[in-house]
Write a protein that binds this ligand. Structure first.
Ligand code: NAD
Length: 394
């Protein structure tokens, strides 16, 4: 942790020691000559949380890497959501986490008795953190058990599965939200506001890159090499962030996609799923987005936006913390200073609030369906070598 802060300081000091561009005296901006300030990864929310008994109760399904390292610890930062139940195939593991996070052992379920969550009034919302190929089944069963659903990205493997998930939640009159955490994360929200308020002038191009090296020794990466469980390769797992960024920065839906894929021959990781996908999206306003997605290059999570009067870069853009947003206009380069917040807590509280206020969450099932539709069009474009027209959202 200390090292990470040291690295951050070093990086920012390097930026700070750059050429002498004039600072602009605006709150919230760090110019090249401003002192570097390291921010804590997570800062507790300012307002006091509502009393525990008023928070909505959540069950987390799947106690894998992401659930145990990011999601479950984040409930402590939530203002409207509390962890009350766990669903796992491994009872001992679930008991361990139940002890650690003060979950009543009577609220531990497995995949067989999952449906009996219907009899547990403490649980309002189910968070599905399973391999992608299981999202549809557990969302549908969860909705049929009368619970609202937060489902991890990608929503599912096929358009038909996504449609069935939406239909099941509608039929049960339950909310369905897809866990697009970047759409709740303050640096990404700032980048969206800058782009959409035309602070960069007319948007012209977006470049978005998301990749990492798939590690066959990591248990969390085993199912990611299996097409049935993963739905696709790097695109379904991490390239989806490049696709999302292009969509939320423009606020538009693409009309055409073209793409190429490449997987290193004989690399056993890529027998069933692809390593690399580069794709271009055309948006109605004329913005072209160049996106890359890889399971072969080292960890990269960034995007750049190019407008007629300026550019912005968010790098990292979709990490869990320590985002860095640089805006360049005319001759001024600014580093935006924004309070980091726990994006998982913000995301979960958004759904709790949507349930309490009976309103549609910002990233509903239809948002997840659109990405699945587009990712399948990207694969089709790569397979056929053609530019594929994509219909606007139904
Ligand atoms: P993981 O392998 O660590 O966790 C998956 C969990 O599902 C494990 O506990 C495993 O035991 C359980 N499981 C149940 N049935 C299984 C089966 N048939 N095969 C394999 N596992 C089974 O994976 P993860 O990295 O935690 O990913 C889980 C989900 O979370 C995925 O949908 C992934 O895309 C998503 N995710 C999202 C983010 C994000 O930033 N939003 C980050 C990481 C993962």
């Amino acid at each position: 942790m200390l090292n990470a802060v040291k690295n951050l300081l070093t990086r920012r000091q390097i930026i700070g020691s750059g050429m002498g561009i004039l600072g602009v005296g605006m709150a919230g901006l760090v110019t090249r000559n401003s002192p570097a300030i390291a921010q804590p990864a997570y800062k507790p929310a300012k307002e006091p949380p509502i009393p525990d008994e008023k928070k909505l109760g959540w069950a987390v399904v799947g106690l894998g890497k992401f659930a145990t390292q990011q999601i479950i610890p984040s409930f402590s930062q939530c203002k409207q959501s509390k962890l009350v139940a766990l669903v796992s195939g491994d009872r001992a593991k679930a008991e361990n986490y139940a002890r650690q996070y003060n979950v009543n052992p009577k609220n531990i379920y497995n995949y067989e008795n999952y449906d009996s969550l219907r009899n547990n009034p403490e649980v309002d919302i189910i968070y599905i953190v399973l391999p992608n190929g299981l999202h549809a089944e557990y969302t549908i069963r969860g909705a049929q058990a009368g619970k609202h659903i937060l489902c991890e990205k990608p929503m599912a493997n096929t358009v038909e599965e996504c449609q069935a998930m939406i239909a099941a939640c509608n039929q049960a009159n339950r909310k369905l939200m897809i866990a697009y955490r970047a759409q709740y994360e303050p640096f990404n929200l700032e980048a969206i506001a800058i782009a959409q308020k035309k602070q960069l002038g007319q948007l012209k191009a977006i470049v978005a890159d998301h990749g990492r090296n798939l590690d066959p020794k990591d248990p969390a990466d085993i199912w990611r090499m299996n097409k049935k469980l993963a739905g696709g390769g790097s695109l379904f797992d991490i390239g989806i962030y490049s696709l999302q960024a292009a969509r939320y920065i423009t606020g538009e839906e693409p009309t055409e996609v073209c793409a190429m894929t490449y997987s290193t021959p004989n690399d056993p990781r890529f027998k069933e799923v692809e390593e690399n996908v580069n794709f271009i999206l055309r948006f109605p306003s004329g913005v072209l987005a160049n996106c890359t997605s890889s399971y072969g290059y080292s960890s990269t999570k960034r995007f750049q936006v190019f407008g007629s009067n300026g550019t912005l870069e968010l790098d990292p853009a979709t990490d869990y913390y320590r985002h860095q947003l640089t805006v360049k206009r005319e001759k001024v380069q600014e580093e935006r200073q924004i309070q980091e917040q726990n994006q998982f807590a913000l995301e979960m509280d958004h759904l709790s609030e949507s349930v309490m206020q009976d309103r549609q969450p910002k990233t509903p099932g239809e948002e997840g369906l659109q990405d699945v539709r587009l990712m399948l069009a990207i694969y089709e474009a790569a397979r056929t070598g053609r530019t594929i027209s994509v219909d606007s959202r139904e």
